[in-house]
Ligand binder design. Structure first.
Ligand code: IPD
Length: 262
């Protein structure tokens, strides 16, 4: 079995188990562990517990692989493969009982620089709706047994999604970006989970997505889903503190990039 498919199956199994734990903890009542940088940047006890479960499963199965998690930091890789994990992406949704949250797991190859990473496998599991999105490089993107493909949106207007930075000082800039993009949009969503935004672009539920300031664990898995579904994902302004991700099918990606890169 190709290594990409092996890693996809491992990621899928662990994402399911981790998602079930998140859903159980949610049903029992969420304990907020801390606010991090701002009011919107929170961590719950469940984020920490779920990340620990993922870390334990991965180190039992693949000792020597590296790890980068939102809550528990990094461990170096001895194998050239690193796991990039957001235990609960969409934590604010999770804390408020909105079902749009997920476990996001990617296996990447490369050194320390996320811009040089090549994602090999990905799993994004949304336990509240029991949807498991997976991809293996060269093997397509899947929702369960259904092969995914990006849209060719109506040129008159695309269904787009975005997100806003945690730091209120960044909101004016994010809103100015939205204003520039709106002429291309049929409508705009703010779902509150970057990995689901990307999974939905892969699944054709959204035509395109853009957001500034994402961290590798927010996009590593979702970006592979989009690429394997025939879309493009680019990062622009990488020298800035808040590079922007643009994800869409090729035609819309070109139109979004023309607006966002100027
Ligand atoms: C956040 C969500 C949100 C996005 C933020 C992310 P978290 O992840 O994906 O939609 O706008 O940029 O940090 O903190 O819930 O894991």
């Amino acid at each position: 079995m190709p290594i990409e498919v092996e890693l996809q199956e491992l990621a899928a199994g662990i994402a399911r188990e981790a998602g079930e734990l998140a859903r159980e903890r949610r049903a029992a009542g969420v304990a907020l562990a801390a606010t991090k940088s701002t009011l919107a940047d929170i961590v719950t006890e469940a984020d920490r517990e779920v990340e620990q479960l993922i870390r334990d499963r991965l180190s039992a199965d693949r000792p020597g692989d590296g790890f980068l998690g939102e809550e528990s930091g990094a461990a170096d890789s001895e194998t050239g493969i690193t796991w990039v994990v957001d235990p609960i992406d969409g934590t604010v949704n999770y804390a408020y009982g909105i079902p749009s949250y997920n476990v996001s797991i990617a296996a990447v190859r490369g050194g320390d620089d996320p811009d040089a990473w090549e994602a090999l496998a990905a799993a994004v599991y949304a336990p509240a709706v029991d949807e498991l999105f997976t991809a293996a490089r060269g093997g397509g993107a899947w929702l369960g047994g259904l092969r995914l493909g990006v849209t060719r949106p109506n040129p008159a207007g695309a269904l787009l999604a975005t997100g806003f930075g945690y730091d209120p000082a960044t909101h004016d800039g994010d809103l100015a970006t939205v204003r520039r993009v709106m002429p291309l949009a049929r409508d705009l969503r703010r779902i509150g989970s970057a990995a689901l935004d990307l999974a939905y672009v892969a699944a054709g539920r959204l035509d395109g997505y853009f957001e500034r300031g994402l961290k590798p664990w927010d996009f590593a898995a979702g970006a592979l889903l989009v690429e394997e579904a025939g879309g493009l994902v680019t990062r622009i302004d990488t020298a800035s503190a808040r590079p922007m991700i643009i994800a869409a099918g090729p035609e819309l990606h070109a139109r979004l990039s023309a607006v966002l890169e100027t």
